[in-house]
Ligand binder design. Structure first.
Ligand code: ZN
Length: 300
């Protein structure tokens, strides 16, 4: 029985065609955002960028192929064709800067021969879940797509996923979620970490608590980061250069919390972060505040 996701299933690959495609505007912007985030992280020698989905920008998710590597894997979801038009990219830090700055305006990719497939691949031997799937796998995917139409909740969708793919892991689950049209419009976009938690919750037989406005804040470290920044701002202990930098500061903070950076270091890093005008907080205050918000989030 073929139980795993298509990417791991054996079977012949159909030939793919090399193309040089124009880089869309939103991809330039996404890499600019990603490069900015990486520069911030690089100023902190003690923090190592995790691989996998460590780097996230609008429409872009990725990270180094391995810790300390100069090679990165990204998935880019173009505006308006997020589901079926995505790009798989393998590039270096210099490539990322070149795309961010608009120095390069086209990028080499491989595409499937099928007309209705719009995926862009980094390598000719990548397996397309639509075009290269063995019949049984394609059949199962079709079932998932049909049953995803009109699904009432994220819990219900993951229930269907687990029926069809009992041993699915969070990486494949994200692939199937992102590869099924309209799901992210309805339930939001998620990280690997969040999906891992969702799978655990549904396998346990519980409901995923869905709060539509807070879809992207289900991760505990994200929730703590947002709560901490809200409180610092509310108490006048933090001033931002612009309200627009709040999201980036929250994701930096969430990342630091995820890596168990202590309160003293957290304060130092926030103080130096891009977009932070002032941080007026003593070490004791920061420790107390972090402990309080962590406890508050933990109780939810
Ligand atoms: Zn394809």
């Amino acid at each position: 029985m073929v139980d795993a996701f298509t990417f791991r299933d054996p079977g012949p690959l159909k030939p793919k065609v090399a193309r040089e495609l124009p880089i869309p505007k939103d991809m330039h912007e996404a890499f600019a955002e990603a490069c900015e985030f990486m520069s911030e992280m690089e100023q902190e020698p003690d923090i190592e960028l995790d691989y996998g989905d460590a780097i996230q920008a609008d429409g872009l998710v990725g990270g180094p192929v391995a810790p300390d590597s100069d090679e990165f894997l990204f998935t880019f979801y173009p505006d308006g064709d997020e589901c079926r038009g995505r790009w798989h990219l393998r590039l270096t830090r210099d490539d990322m800067e070149d795309i961010a700055e608009g120095v390069v305006t086209t990028w080499p990719v491989f595409v499937c021969e099928s007309d209705d497939c719009r995926y862009k691949w980094a390598r000719a031997d990548e397996r397309c879940m639509r075009c290269d799937a063995p019949p049984e796998v394609a059949q199962r995917r079709k079932q998932l797509e049909e049953r995803s139409v009109g699904v009432k909740s994220l819990t219900a969708w993951i229930g269907i996923l687990l029926e069809l793919y009992p041993n699915v892991d969070h990486v494949d689950a994200i692939g199937l979620y992102n590869g099924t049209e309209k799901l992210d419009d309805r339930f939001g976009s998620f990280t690997y970490r969040q999906m891992k938690e969702f799978l655990t919750i549904v396998r346990r037989g519980d409901e995923i608590l869905e709060e539509p406005e807070e879809k992207t804040e289900l991760d505990p470290s994200d929730a703590i980061a947002h709560e901490l920044i809200d409180r610092l701002l509310h108490e006048g202990k933090l001033e931002l250069a612009s309200e627009r930098t709040r999201g980036a500061l929250a994701s930096l903070t969430a990342d630091l919390i995820e890596r168990n950076v202590n309160a003293d270091d957290l304060a130092l890093i926030i103080e130096e972060a891009d977009g932070v005008a002032e941080l007026f907080v003593t070490d004791e205050e920061m420790r107390a505040m972090l402990a309080e918000v962590s406890m508050k989030v933990g109780e939810r």
